[in-house]
Design a protein around this ligand. Structure first.
Ligand SMILES: Nc1ncnc2c1ncn2[C@@H]1O[C@H](COP(=O)(O)OP(=O)(O)OP(=O)(O)O)[C@@H](O)[C@H]1O
Length: 255
């Protein structure tokens, strides 16, 4: 479990995260949602250990990152996978080389062990045969799959995804969402996803944390988000007429 307690983060005088506490469990897809500027990316970067913070703690299965010696921090970082917004693949490397990169960075595996692992994860994301392609030859959906393969190649315990659906058509977006959820369940990873996408919320939001102005305004699941009467959440989630109708139908069917 990842346990966040009373997390405060400022940049100079700007107090961005104002005491966030929550937990993220194994095998679950956890979504962080909220308006632009609410602090989602800053929060994700704190979870990744990329930002220091003034107050509070984040523990990963009992290890408090900020209290660890540098070697242990490095080991813990090696257990984290990240899918960046826009995939962030290395343009000059083939797909296989991109996926192998974390193994070269963090392990002492032999070349053939690394190749076997790359074959395995590329197959897992349905990209067998794409090894020699360059990222520029891959569609947006394929690039996301490569980014997911690279994020899981080192068997992470923790997977962080920043807007994994950005720039994808709705159908491909759902395929990517489902792939992340399947992998999370299959390998019992703790997955935390920053999202703007209400389809993702309804599809894979096993836990949803709603941030507003650096505070946790609500938390629940895709089931409870339909029922909440918290106005801050309903204003945001049901701002479109389509989702208003979906909610109305859900409540009528389940009343
Ligand atoms: N490195 C930084 N230095 C100073 N201020 C920052 C830094 N990173 C983020 N901020 C500020 O923190 C606030 C929250 O930003 P953040 O990127 O976390 O929002 P967000 O919820 O992820 O927004 P979006 O959905 O648009 O990506 C913003 O006011 C932003 O300007």
């Amino acid at each position: 479990m990842i346990e966040v307690k009373n997390l405060h983060k400022s940049f100079g005088d700007a107090h961005i995260l104002k005491g966030i506490s929550t937990t993220f469990e194994k095998g679950k897809t956890n979504l962080i949602i909220g308006q632009s500027g609410s602090g989602k990316t800053v929060f994700l970067k704190c979870l990744l250990g990329l930002f220091d913070y003034e107050e509070g703690s984040i523990s990963y299965d009992g290890q408090i990152f900020s209290q660890l010696p540098e070697d242990d921090k490095r080991n813990l970082r090696a257990e984290m996978g990240m899918v960046f917004q826009g995939s962030a693949l290395f343009d000059s490397m083939t797909i296989a080389e991109n996926v192998m990169f974390p193994l070269q960075m963090f392990t002492k595996q032999s070349k053939s062990e690394m190749q076997d692992r790359v074959d395995f994860v590329l197959k897992r994301v349905n990209l067998e045969g794409a090894h020699k392609k360059m990222p520029s030859e891959a569609s947006g959906g394929m690039q996301k799959r490569v980014a997911i393969a690279r994020a899981i190649v080192n068997n992470p315990k923790y997977l962080f995804c920043d807007e994994p659906n950005s720039g994808l058509d709705p159908k491909t977006a759902i395929v990517i969402d489902n792939l992340i959820q399947e992998i999370t369940d299959e390998y019992q990873i703790i997955t935390v996803i920053n999202s703007h996408d209400m389809n993702s919320v309804m599809e894979i939001g096993e836990k949803i944390v709603f941030l507003k102005d650096g505070l946790k305004a609500w938390e629940g699941s895709k089931e409870t988000i339909f029922k909440t009467d918290n106005e801050v959440v309903t204003d945001f989630v049901y701002s479109s007429n389509l989702f208003k109708k979906v909610r109305k139908m859900y409540l009528e069917e389940n009343s």
